[in-house]
Design a protein. Structure first.
Length: 201
């Protein structure tokens, strides 16, 4: 049985946004780096956690439609469910008009940045990092800037090119090539509160 999830899914609505507002659940979604489905036992092994601690979170992701059951496999005298994400890439939808939409978006991004913090710590501890050249796999930066409309347009051109590249690679290859790396990218472009140019100027 071959399961081909949609390339990109926009997470919208309270259930889906709430489901993603957890570092642990974001980590579960991030485990699916190939087309192979995973059982909860597989997830627990990859995360170094007891399987019992994941059932609740997998259930939340499944109820929200972010994970789906795609089959079962024998496990002793029983069968265990196999899961896949509903899409190879899950994006947050824009403001859907919900009363707490902004709060849920903030919680989700906070969870993503907590995951980035953990990933950075793990990367620095492995010693397998390159910070220069075309094979660079570690970069962390934060820049405050004032930009003209023309420069902002240019920034968005580059961000769109990056998004296009990520979408093109969104469907995991079932046969990774030698030298492939698993990487994480966490990115936010944000207007700074209180720094806007006054309308009267």
């Amino acid at each position: 049985m071959e399961n081909k999830p949609d390339k990109t899914m926009k997470a919208s609505g309270r259930d889906q946004k709430s489901a993603l507002a957890s570092p642990l659940r974001l980590e579960i979604i991030g485990l699916f780096t190939s087309r192979e489905p995973l059982a909860i036992a597989d997830m627990a092994r990859l995360m170094g956690r007891p399987a019992g601690s994941l059932y609740h979170h997998v259930g939340i992701l499944e109820k929200a439609g972010l994970l789906k059951r795609v089959g079962t496999r024998p496990k002793g005298k029983r069968h265990e469910a196999l899961f896949q994400p509903a899409a190879s890439r899950i994006e947050m939808d824009g403001d859907d008009g919900g009363e707490d939409s902004a709060q849920l978006a903030v919680k989700t991004m906070a969870a993503a940045f907590r995951m980035a913090e953990r990933d950075l710590e793990a990367a620095l501890n492995t010693g397998n990092c390159r910070q220069e050249g075309p094979a660079r796999n570690l970069m962390a930066t934060r820049v405050h800037m004032r930009v003209s409309p023309q420069v902002l347009a240019k920034i968005n051109e580059h961000l769109q090119a990056l998004e296009d590249l990520l979408n093109a690679e969104a469907t995991p290859d079932p046969e990774p090539s030698p030298g492939d790396q698993y990487l994480s990218l966490t990115l936010a472009l944000l207007p700074l509160k209180g720094r806007a140019k006054p309308e009267s100027e």
